[in-house]
Every structure is written in structure tokens, then in C-alpha cells.
Design a protein. Structure first.
Length: 697
């Protein structure tokens, strides 16, 4: 049971890749079940009010229609957790696109026809969907997403600004953005007697199981959630979403399997989005560019259904060695859908403001943007005074600058031209928390000499299944070919979701613990019975024993842009990111994740923008025809690399999360490059051609 070849660190192709490209992998909306019915969601066309009446008679007589669920006949739900999931429980409408009914029919087409024919009348009420920093109902939430405090203060910030030699005081804005994974949200649910089986597209089968157990007052052993293959999530599938609740309602009521798949347009209202932000960042420094004060005030929106406060200013608490520091969050509840997680929630919009402001400070101080950041590298976390774990941000900047050719850069904006194109380069820092949370896993040795590992992990396209197989093989001391890792099954026990860059760092700990214990038993002479020898592991106590230090992944983002000053068009010839992300388990999938994050950052900088029409409270560009995302033609070259490091006291594998750090800082690097190309600073995203042209007037 030994092998001379380590699997961790090898560039391994995704183990399920062939199944995916040949169509053998089944997603939540593809499981064939006998007597399957289909549900179609009916949404409110008003932003606020009450349902006066629902006339389902005509719809129920239509071909194939089996049922119309609404607040007058839907099963009663329990629990006081996520209020966005208490569907069809009252006649109130809280936002445009809210669920008001579900039409179930024998075919998807029949269900759609029934939904379109359903007559619903409303009593309208005045609504407010207008987000602004000076909204009269803006308030201070008790806390922000991730369990962070709303405000932090260190020192006398105002006195530091009055005494400063150099100051920057700017306001930055980011729009609402929507996750849009390739696979829309879908659920196929089956009720068998007293047991519920759910095939669901999510980022954590065990989390969805717990939600369904609570909502429908079911015993835990009666609920089985499966999510073996998931076509992307970006946070939109981080917890249960409406389709899984509606499918469960319908299958329980009808006693036959029911599939509910949301359309792309429905996802814009029902599955979450990144809140718009308005952020004021004030920086004060001495003549040498050393920060004396940092003040970050972030405004965002939530719904009237559920408070979700984005942790936008949290990044400013940890990045730079300011003598005095203040961060604050403000929130307004509007008649809009509830914002939720989107890749690097908080850090992505927060980094645009902070890293743009740092670039402006470098300009004001006459310093190179990298040198300014190096001069303000902290020895301990500025806001808390806690020590850092591995912090290799400066190494990322040094390596990136060498590879990018930063030393050849003229500091003067607009110095490079290529015909009608003005060329510029920019840089920004990235960071994202590196954490481990409790998970469980089981490892089994079979009588045939093979091994099976079971863990309720989720592979949303990250390559998690492959990475965990590499980790398990090394922990067992066998080749990867001897190991099968099974994931996406709530029956495998509690495990963290695929989110917050927690997945591999947390799951690998449980996998390593189970596999090492199994290997020790086998080495001690324990025989393998016919049914296999299984060892289970739980890392709850291990995680509790972690030292209280600050751990993050870091990165340095470099961008080159070409701006057509006559048309406003922006092209991106080069993006480069150098990262410090702990031990890299699989260079192939790691590179893919980092490039994916940087692509989202490019999209954030130049394209993505959900536009709210306040008159009727809806985002008007609610499909991929109107909501634009980056494609291959939008960047000529994306390169990524990493510096060697390992966070061995965070987990036995020495890994940090890398799924989200790639997006952080990219938009700011591109914005800083646009300034360097044109001499014009853009403080509002996306940097559209019309904004480039208006800035020149």
C-alpha cells in the first residue's frame, strides 16, 4: 500500500470530463423518472401589493394540467430561517418577479401554457426600488455577511485626515450583477411514501437537505438530496433556492415525480445577485506615501423579505498598514429581490473601490503603484492586531512585475499610442479569506484492493472531485487509479458547501483524516471483510483547535488595455495574475479556476450591469441578450501563476481556497490601466464606451 508517485501537485485532467463532454453526466433536470410531471413558475408582474384573486379554473381544464399551487392551497411551510423560501404562504407580493403560483402539467410545454393563461389580479401598493447613498431609509445593520461586525474603528480618523500631507477622497459605484451559471436552477423531486428524494442543482446537498427537513417538518432520514453534477453556481446555488421548495411541494401533493426548472429570465428575480454598491474611500498619507488613515464607507441594498448585508468594506480592514482605520456598512431595504452571494461577495466590489483609491493615492504621491503598496505592507492585521499566517502579497507583486515587464512602464498617462489606440497598464492587489470548517468523510477499503471515499462535497465545475481523489490517494499511499471518490449525496453526512473558497480546504481535511486512519488500521493488520472496512472522520474538534491567526489567499493583478479615444472602445490585450494560494493540488484545475475568476473580473470591469427600471421595479436586461458577459474575444491573453507556499496549520493538505481570489482586484487593475491609457479616472463600473467618451468632454 505504498506508491513512489505523489498525486498531489500533478496536473490531472478532470476525472468526470469524458462523461460531461459525451453527455453521460446527468444534471438535476435530466434524471428520467416514470410518470414525471413538470412545474412552471408564475411570477408577479408588480413590485409591491397583494393578490386579490387567482382564477385557476380555466387553467385546470387545459390539456395535461394537473394542479395549480398558490397561497390558497399550497402546503404550509415551517421554520423561521430563509424567508425567501417561504413560498406561496401569503397573498403579499414583495417584489417584481416574486413567485405567486406553480402550474404543474404532464409536459413542460403544457405547464408553460397553463402558467401564461393563469389569471391573477392584484391590489397595487406604492413601491420603492431606487437605490442611492442618501436614501432616507438607509440604516446600519447589526452585522454583515460572513459574521463580520458592521463597523470597525482604530484611532482618531478625522484628526489623521486634518494632519495628513496627502489625501484622497473619492466615491466609487458598482452595479447589480447576476451570477448566470451555465446550468439554470433545476430540481427533480420524487415522493415515495414517507421518503423524499431530490435531484437538485446546488452547491451543498447536505445544506439543502437540512432546509427541506425544516421547511416540510420531515425527519432527517426521510430526505435524500443528490447533486452529483452541477453546471456552475458562483454563489447562486449556495443554499436552497425556490425551485427545490416548489418541486417538493408539488411531488408531495401529487404523489408523482415533479421537475421544476427555472428559465434564465426567472433566475434574475429568484436566485440572488450581487447588490449594487456606492462606496466612499478616503485615504491619508505622509509625503512618502505611508498611510496615516483609511476610511471606507459602503452602501448596499437588500430586500424587504430578508436582510442581506454585503461585507463590502471588510477587505479594507486587513490589506494596508494604516495608523488609523475606520470601516462602515450601511443598508437600505427596497422592494426588490433579495441579493445573495456572488463570487467573492464583498471583496469583489470592495476591491474596486480600495484598489482604485490606492492607485489615485500613488498618483498624488508621485509613487509607482506597486511601491506604494509595498510601503504599506502590514506586519499584523491592521484592524485587529492579530498575526498573519503566510502572507506573500509582496512576492506576488515582485513576480508579476517581472513577468509583466512593469519596469518598462512610463508613469505618465497617455504616453503610449498605437495608431488610434491609447495603451495603458494597471495593477491591483487581490485577497480572499482562507478558512477551514468542519466536515465529515468516510473511507472504505474493499476486498478487491480498491478504495472508496464518500463525502458530501459539490463539484460546480471546480475540479473538486479530481483534487479530492489526488488527496485521498496520497493519504492512502496508493495510485489514483485505486481510488473512487463519491460526492454530492446528502446521505454521506455533514459537509460544508462549495462556497467561500472553503471547499477543498475543508473537505480535504476530512478525507485525509479518514484515509490515514484507514491506512493505519490496514497497516496494523486489520483484515478487510467481504463488505469492506470503513473508517469515518469528523474534523469539528480539529477545526476548533486552529490557532487564532489571520489567513488569506493573495494575488497581484496586472492589466494592459487599449482604448480607442474616438469610439470609446476598450480592448484588453493582456491580463496576468500571480497568486499565493497555499499548496496547489492540481495545476490544471487551479489554473482554470484562477483564469475563470479573472474573466469574471474583466466582465465586471467592462460589461456586466443589471439596469433597474424603478418605475416598475425590475431589472430590464434580464437575459443573456441584454445582460452582457465576457467571451473569448474580450481578452487576447490571460496568464496565471503562483508562488510556492503552504498553509500546513490550516489543514493537513496545506491548501488555501483559490476559487474567488482570481476575481478580486481584476476590475480595479483594468480601471487603473484605463486611467494610465487616457488620463481619465473611471469610478463607476462598468467602464462602457459611452462613459469613456463622456469623460473626454
Amino acid at each position: 500500500m505504498t506508491t513512489s508517485t505523489r498525486s498531489v501537485g500533478a496536473g490531472v485532467a478532470r476525472l468526470e470530463g469524458r462523461d460531461k463532454v459525451t453527455g453521460q453526466a446527468r444534471y438535476a433536470g435530466e434524471h428520467p423518472l416514470a410518470d414525471l410531471a413538470f412545474g412552471w413558475v408564475v411570477q408577479a408582474p408588480v413590485a409591491r401589493g397583494r393578490i386579490r384573486s387567482i382564477d385557476a379554473g380555466e387553467v385546470l381544464s387545459m390539456p395535461g394540467v394537473l394542479a395549480v399551487l398558490h397561497h390558497g392551497n399550497a402546503p404550509e411551510l415551517a421554520g423561521a430561517g430563509d424567508a425567501t423560501l417561504l413560498l406561496l404562504q401569503s397573498d403579499r407580493v414583495h417584489h417584481h418577479g416574486a413567485v405567486v403560483a406553480l402550474v404543474v402539467a404532464k409536459t413542460s410545454e403544457q405547464a408553460c401554457a397553463g402558467a401564461e393563461a393563469l389569471q391573477v389580479e392584484y391590489d397595487l401598493e406604492r413601491h420603492d426600488a431606487g437605490f442611492s447613498a442618501d436614501h432616507p431609509q438607509m440604516y446600519t445593520p447589526e452585522g454583515v455577511n460572513g459574521g463580520y461586525p458592521t463597523e470597525t474603528v482604530k484611532g482618531d480618523v478625522e484628526a489623521a485626515f486634518q494632519a495628513a500631507e496627502v489625501t484622497v477622497d473619492c466615491t466609487y459605484a458598482t452595479p447589480a450583477e447576476h451570477n448566470n451559471p451555465m446550468e439554470p436552477h433545476a430540481t427533480t423531486a420524487r415522493w415515495d411514501g414517507s421518503e423524499l428524494t431530490v435531484f437538485d442543482s446546488n452547491q451543498g446537498a447536505y445544506s439543502v437537505k437540512r432546509t427541506l427537513t425544516t421547511l416540510f417538518s420531515l425527519a432527517p432520514e426521510a430526505v435524500h438530496v443528490l447533486s452529483e453534477h452541477v453546471g456552475g453556481g458562483f454563489g447562486a446555488k449556495g443554499t436552497a433556492r425556490p425551485q427545490v421548495v416548489l418541486a417538493t411541494m408539488a411531488t408531495r401533493l401529487l404523489g408523482r415525480p415533479v421537475r421544476v426548472a427555472l428559465t434564465r429570465r426567472q433566475m434574475f428575480s429568484l436566485t440572488g445577485y450581487r447588490t449594487p454598491t456606492i462606496q466612499r474611500v478616503r485615504l491619508a498619507a505622509d509625503g512618502d506615501g505611508h498611510l496615516t488613515a483609511l476610511d471606507h464607507l459602503a452602501h448596499s441594498q437588500t430586500s424587504t423579505v430578508l436582510e442581506f448585508a454585503e461585507q463590502t468594506a471588510v477587505m479594507s480592514r486587513t490589506m494596508y498598514a494604516a495608523d488609523t482605520l475606520r470601516t462602515r456598512h450601511r443598508l437600505v431595504a427596497l422592494d426588490v429581490p433579495t441579493p445573495r452571494w456572488m463570487r467573492a461577495p464583498g471583496e469583489a466590489p470592495g476591491s474596486f473601490a480600495l484598489e482604485s483609491a490606492m492607485d489615485e493615492l500613488a498618483e498624488a504621491c508621485g509613487l509607482d503603484p506597486i511601491e506604494l503598496r509595498v510601503r504599506n505592507e502590514p506586519a499584523v492585521e491592521p484592524s485587529s492586531g492579530r498575526p498573519f499566517g503566510s502572507r506573500n502579497l509582496v512576492a506576488c507583486f515582485r513576480e508579476g512585475a517581472q513577468r509583466f515587464g512593469w519596469s518598462d512602464r512610463s508613469p505618465r498617462p497617455g504616453a503610449r499610442r498605437d495608431g488610434r489606440w491609447s495603451i495603458g497598464t494597471g495593477v491591483a492587489a487581490s485577497t480572499y479569506p482562507a478558512r477551514s470548517t468542519p466536515s465529515t468523510a468516510a473511507a472504505t477499503a474493499g476486498p478487491d484492493g480498491r478504495y472508496t471515499v464518500r463525502i458530501t462535497a459539490s463539484d460546480i465545475g471546480t475540479g473538486a472531485r479530481t483534487a479530492l481523489t489526488q488527496i485521498a490517494a496520497d493519504a492512502l499511499g496508493v495510485p489514483m487509479s485505486d481510488v473512487t471518490v463519491l460526492i454530492g449525496d446528502s446521505d454521506f453526512g455533514a459537509a460544508v458547501i462549495a462556497g467561500g473558497s472553503l471547499g477543498t480546504a475543508s473537505w480535504s481535511w476530512a478525507v485525509v483524516k479518514a484515509c490515514r486512519q484507514l491506512a493505519a488500521e490496514l497497516a496494523g493488520g486489520t483484515a478487510v471483510p467481504d463488505g469492506g472496512l470503513t473508517v469515518s472522520a469528523d474534523t469539528a474538534e480539529d477545526v476548533k483547535a486552529l490557532p487564532d491567526i489571520v489567513r488569506h489567499s493573495y494575488g497581484a493583478q496586472f492589466a494592459e488595455v487599449a482604448v480607442d479615444v474616438e469610439s470609446g472602445e476598450i480592448r484588453v490585450p493582456r491580463l496576468l495574475g500571480i497568486f499565493a494560494v497555499g499548496r496547489v493540488v492540481n495545476p490544471v484545475t487551479a489554473r482554470s479556476q484562477l483564469i475563470g475568476g479573472m474573466t469574471m473580473g474583466l466582465s465586471m470591469a467592462l460589461l456586466e450591469e443589471a439596469i433597474m427600471d424603478g418605475s416598475f421595479g425590475d431589472y430590464v436586461n434580464h437575459d443573456l441578450a441584454g445582460y452582457h458577459v465576457a467571451t473569448n474575444a474580450d481578452v487576447q491573453s490571460i496568464e496565471v501563476g503562483w508562488v510556492d507556499e503552504s498553509e500546513d496549520d490550516l489543514n493537513p493538505s496545506g491548501v488555501k481556497g483559490l476559487g474567488e481570489v482570481g476575481i478580486v482586484g481584476t476590475a480595479a487593475a483594468i480601471g487603473n490601466a484605463v486611467w494610465h491609457a487616457t488620463g481619465l479616472r473611471h469610478r463607476e463600473l462598468p467602464i462602457r464606451p459611452d462613459r469613456v467618451l463622456l469623460g473626454r468632454r
